[in-house]
Ligand binder design. Sequence first.
Ligand code: HEM
Length: 131
Amino acid sequence: MIALNAGLGWLLITLGFASGTLIGLFFHRENWLGGYDSWRRRLLRLGHIAAVALGMLNVLFALSARHVQLSATDHVLCIYGFALGGVSMPTVCALSAWRKPMRHLFFIPVASLLTAGITFSSALFRGGITP
Ligand code: HEM
């Protein structure tokens, strides 16, 4: 099992719970952060969801990677692509909620997750699933 992605995955899931708890203290206020549809509230919500979802994705990768034949390069691209994507997506969401121009950093999580996803799925189609 790839320890980095498993450990980081559960940390992200827990941070997702914690961020949801924080948001949960104020979300009953109709106009909190400018209301449900405001840029700031939407990006904070997206960050909360991304932390939980990408945390689950990292754990899923850690559990399933041993059943897929990955070259040494594939391994590095997947381990660090899913990890960097998992950390940077909620971070860029929070930064963009704070300052809107920070949204220009979204290329970091997008590029790393696309790289890891394409690498892992093409390895899967190339070599199939090993028991
Ligand atoms: C301790 C656990 C959690 C807490 C306290 C929590 C809290 C919240 C709160 C307060 C909101 C509303 C945000 C707003 O109104 O702007 C929210 C939205 C959301 N949460 Fe969580 N959450 C938790 C776990 C999760 C998990 C495990 C998932 C998914 C696997 C999840 C997915 C979502 C989604 C998709 C939304 C957006 C719903 C919508 O469109 O309004 N949350 N959460």
